[in-house]
Design a protein around this ligand. Structure first.
Ligand code: MIC
Ligand code: SF4
Length: 641
């Protein structure tokens, strides 16, 4: 029987298990990436594993998130990352070289390989035909040490692309349409595999926009075939040797299938505060816009910025708004400076920011109070921009540029004929900003600043878990809700005691104080709890505050794994209506925890306040059971390595 791309790559990397949907499997990881905001923890964990040198084909440490150096903290983190990379055989992409996913696509990604990254948008490299998965830093640390990555074999969804995009319609509109149809939880437990005649009409950077935002579906990853366009992209990067063709067999089977007719798509945008609140631009046209931001790992390629510049060329951004541009990489920045696109954007009045995540993660450029901000980014969760009452919309660079010119939400088709662009056939390739690790790093000194605090260590699971419900929240709670980012909090990523003071800050700022007063407790959530970022701080900081269990209707994949990795049982209601019967402040007792987790079956919980019992599920693979019981992956790996 024919195979799809997912099956081909997984079978070539399978270490354990049967690749049948839902079954636990483990795969070998060829490459890893980390970024600074998750990287410091990942490398502290790698150090704790006691391995002398990474065992992957390539591991790259990027610095792109914590770029504002308002104090010594971020600079100290950069210094730590650079030294730890040299010590353990990791390539170090210096601050200024660009956003991890964009640089990895340009310089290191390769069709048919596996990539594990400590950032949820790692699937960006699926645009090259790579199986690229986002995970917590600890999973990435284990993979760097040569350990397999464990997951439940996802279902494979075929997204069949027909036709060709119309003028002014962009790759962003394709993924916004998928999000409109499937929602932010529609991809949980699935891999999105693109196929059909429409694939050949999309370049690699366009495909990467689509696979990038597959993260917003909750999907494990998204993947495109590797074809002639992939070869051309790698040839432009002077890496044709990394190319190989990769396609699904004609008779490949899929678990689900949807078809999207590219020629029928229109310019779209996602409204506040969720990437799946997608409407046509024309349905909300005319709303006053205060800020426009082009950039982020979703839309900061040479193509994206060339299009933006062409639309702005010879005109000025509207006087009532501020427009920023963050080039995705040094390579893109260099190219736009040579083609003149940069000059056109500067002349139009845009504010050019260095190559980094920047406003996407709230590192500067917070909008004004109540502002409308149109961004080419991938997440518009409430408060993520740094302004709690800002209204952030997500759209293509084309839509962003159109809004920037008119000052109101504008369907770019109203601007007339789309400007023709030509991309350079040759670009400057210079990897000088990637510092190669020495072949032997054993004598390299690891440099730590005072803000880099030791890792808190979790204890093995106790037979009984009892505690108060410290917080009860609803559906689709993001890791940005649990552990906010932004200019104030990101510098504390290496300091768990300090960062834990911000847990649930935007939901209930009394949470850390109450958790400490009560000696810990339990969190209750609705569906898709923990969607969004891969930040393990959303598990680690609650663990530090004494959170003993998280009970929800369902979890998002990465956060679920992160909770297990840090020894916090992620439990779900056997009967979802029990969610309504319990309240914040109730005291729960969960009995026979270790025995039940070891042997399987439902856990019995008693609501001591209201006097009734209910059942909780803990669906785990055999290896996750042991990890949880022993107090997390670090303890487990140290003991069993
Ligand atoms: C994000 O987009 O939310 C981040 C910041 O890149 C995160 C990683 C982090 O929190 O450090 C992600 O996507 O995983
Ligand atoms: Fe950076 Fe934003 Fe991409 Fe996250 S989504 S990696 S913060 S650019």
């Amino acid at each position: 029987m024919g195979k799809n791309i997912t099956q081909k790559i997984i079978e070539a990397h399978l270490v354990e298990g049967k690749p049948e949907a839902g079954q636990p499997i483990a795969i070998r990881i060829d490459q890893t990436l980390t970024q600074d905001a998750t990287g410091t923890m990942a490398y502290l964990q790698f150090e704790a594993l006691g391995i002398d040198r990474v065992k992957t084909e390539r591991s790259v440490s990027y610095v792109d998130h914590n770029m504002l150096q308002a104090g010594f903290e971020n600079a100290d983190d950069h210094r730590y990352l650079q030294s730890v990379a040299a010590r353990f055989g990791i390539d170090f992409s210096r601050p200024g070289n660009g956003i991890c996913h964009q640089v990895h696509l340009e310089r290191f990604g390769a069709p048919g390989k596996t990539l594990l990254g400590s950032d949820s948008h790692t699937p960006t490299n699926g645009g090259l035909g790579m199986l690229a998965i986002g995970a917590g830093g600890l999973d990435v640390a284990v993979a760097m040490g040569g350990g397999a990555f464990h997951l439940a074999m996802p279902k494979v969804v075929r997204i069949n692309l027909k036709g060709k995009l119309q003028p002014w319609v962009a790759a962003k509109d394709v993924i916004l349409e998928v999000l409109r149809q499937l929602t932010v939880k529609g991809g949980v437990g699935k891999i999105m595999e693109y196929s059909g005649e429409g694939v050949a009409t999309l370049t690699v950077p366009e495909r990467a926009t689509i696979t990038n935002m597959g993260a917003e579906l909750g999907a494990t990853t998204s993947v495109f075939p590797s074809d002639e366009n992939t070869r051309k992209y790698l040839a432009l990067q002077k890496r044709e040797a990394d190319w190989k063709a990769l396609a699904a067999d004609p008779d490949a089977k899929y678990d689900e299938e949807i078809t999207i007719d590219l020629s029928k798509l229109e310019p779209m945008l996602a409204q506040p505060h969720s990437p799946d609140k997608v409407v046509r631009v024309r349905d909300v046209a005319g709303l006053k816009v205060d800020q426009v931001c082009v950039g982020s790992c979703t839309n900061s390629s040479l193509y994206d910025l060339t299009v933006t510049a062409a639309i702005l060329k010879g005109k000025h951004v509207h006087p009532n708004l501020s427009m920023t541009v963050t080039p995705g990489s040094k390579q893109v920045f260099t190219a736009i400076s040579q083609t003149g696109a940069l000059t056109d954007m500067i002349a139009a009045g845009t504010r050019i920011i260095e190559s980094a995540c920047g406003p996407c993660i709230g590192m500067g450029q917070a909008p004004s109070s109540g502002a409308v901000s149109i961004r080419s980014f991938n997440r518009n969760f409430e408060g993520r921009s740094g302004t709690k009452d800002a209204n952030v919309y997500l759209a293509s660079p084309q839509v962003c540029a159109a809004c920037a010119l008119t000052g109101v939400i504008t369907d770019p088709r109203d601007l007339g004929v789309e400007p023709k662009i030509t991309l350079p056939t040759e670009i400057v390739i210079d990897d000088a900003m990637v510092i190669k690790a020495p072949s032997n790093g054993s004598t390299v000194e690891i440099l730590r600043g005072p803000n880099i605090k030791p890792l808190p260590i979790q204890k093995p699971l106790t037979p009984t878990i009892s505690g108060e419900i410290l917080l009860k929240v609803g559906d689709n709670i993001t890791t940005d809700h649990i552990m906010p980012a932004g200019a104030k909090v990101l510098p504390l990523r290496s300091n768990i005691p300090a960062i834990s003071e911000y847990v649930f800050e935007r939901v209930d700022s009394t949470f850390p104080k109450r958790a400490k007063e009560k000696g810990g407790g339990i969190i209750v959530g609705g569906d898709n709890y923990g969607q969004g970022s891969s930040r393990e701080h959303a598990a680690l900081a609650p663990m530090f505050l004494g959170v003993r269990a998280v009970i929800t209707k369902s979890f998002a994949r990465i956060h679920y794994a992160n909770l297990i990795n840090f020894g916090i049982p992620p439990l779900t209601f056997a009967n979802p209506t029990d969610y309504d019967k319990i309240a914040q402040g109730d005291v729960l007792e969960i009995a026979d925890v270790v025995e039940t987790i070891k042997n399987g079956g439902n856990l019995k919980a008693t609501n001591k306040t209201k006097g009734f019992s209910f059942e909780l599920k803990c669906d785990l693979s055999p290896s996750s059971r042991a990890v949880l019981i022993e107090g997390g992956l670090l303890n487990y790996t140290k003991k069993h390595a």
